[in-house]
Design a protein around this ligand. Structure first.
Ligand SMILES: [Zn+2]
Length: 219
C-alpha cells in the first residue's frame, strides 16, 4: 500500500450520487447496492486514482483479480455508499477479505495516510507494521494488514518476486535504461521499490517514483 491522493470527484459521479443513494436506501435486502451501469461509472472514475491497481495490495486490477469497489466505511452506512471520499479501487481478494468489517475509521486510509510510514516489507515478501511504530499507530497497521489480508501467501510471493527484480536492477547499478520499467506509475508493489531505494540512500529515485505516481512535478 502506498499513498494514493484522491482526484476531485468526477462530474458523472457527483451528478448521480443523490439518485444512486436514494435507490440504495429504498432497496430491499436482496438488492445489490448499485446497478451495473453505476458500478461501471464508478470503476471508470476510480481507475486513474491508482493507475489501475488495487489501492491496498498494489496488484494490477482485472489481470488476475476482478476490479471491485471498496467502501472504506461499510455500505450498510447508506449515506456514505456513494460518497467519493469513501470509495477505493480494490481487487476482489482485498475487498473480499474486509467484507463489511466495522472498524470505525481506524484502518489506514491510503488517500489520507502515508502507508510508507506504517508498513515494512521483508525480502521474503512478508508485510509487517513499520518497526518504528508503537501504540495506536502500531495497532492501526496490524488491523489494516489483517482486514485486507495483506499477508496472504500469494501476495507475499509477488512482493518477494518484486524484491528479487529490484535487487537485480540495483546490482546493475540502477541502469538508466531500465528506470522507466520500475518507476512507471503502473508498476506493481511500489512499497517494495521505495523501501529498497531508501535503505540504500537513493532518496531522489524514491521521491521521483512518488512524484510520478502522484502526478506531481519531480523536484
Ligand atoms: Zn488488493
Amino acid at each position: 500500500m502506498i499513498h494514493t491522493p484522491r482526484p476531485p470527484e468526477p462530474v458523472k459521479v457527483k451528478a448521480n450520487r443523490a439518485e444512486w443513494t436514494n435507490r440504495w436506501k429504498k432497496a430491499g435486502p436482496k438488492k445489490d447496492w448499485a446497478t451495473k451501469s453505476a458500478k461501471e461509472t464508478l470503476r471508470d472514475a476510480l481507475r486513474p486514482m491508482t493507475h489501475g491497481k488495487c489501492a491496498f495490495c498494489e496488484a494490477l486490477l482485472d489481470v488476475t483479480s476482478h476490479f471491485e469497489i471498496e467502501h472504506f466505511i461499510r455500505k450498510t452506512e447508506k449515506d456514505l455508499t456513494f460518497e467519493w471520499s469513501n470509495l477505493f479501487p480494490a481487487c476482489a481478494k482485498c475487498n473480499g477479505e474486509k467484507r463489511d468489517l466495522d472498524h470505525d475509521g481506524t484502518l489506514i486510509k491510503p488517500d489520507i495516510d502515508d502507508p510508507e510510514l506504517f508498513f515494512w516489507v521483508h525480502p521474503e515478501g512478508a508485510l509487517e507494521p513499520h518497526p518504528r511504530l508503537s501504540g495506536p499507530d502500531l495497532d492501526r497497521a496490524r488491523r489494516t494488514i489483517a482486514a485486507y489480508g495483506l499477508q496472504r501467501g500469494a501476495l507475499r510471493g509477488k512482493r518477494q518476486e518484486a524484491w528479487v527484480r529490484i535487487g537485480g536492477w540495483k546490482r546493475r547499478g540502477l541502469d538508466a535504461a531500465e528506470r522507466d520499467d520500475f518507476l512507471k506509475p503502473e508498476a506493481e508493489f511500489k512499497l517494495v521499490l521505495r523501501q529498497m531505494l531508501t535503505i540504500d540512500g537513493h532518496h531522489e529515485l524514491a521521491q521521483e517514483d512518488r512524484a510520478r505516481f502522484e502526478r506531481r512535478t519531480a523536484a
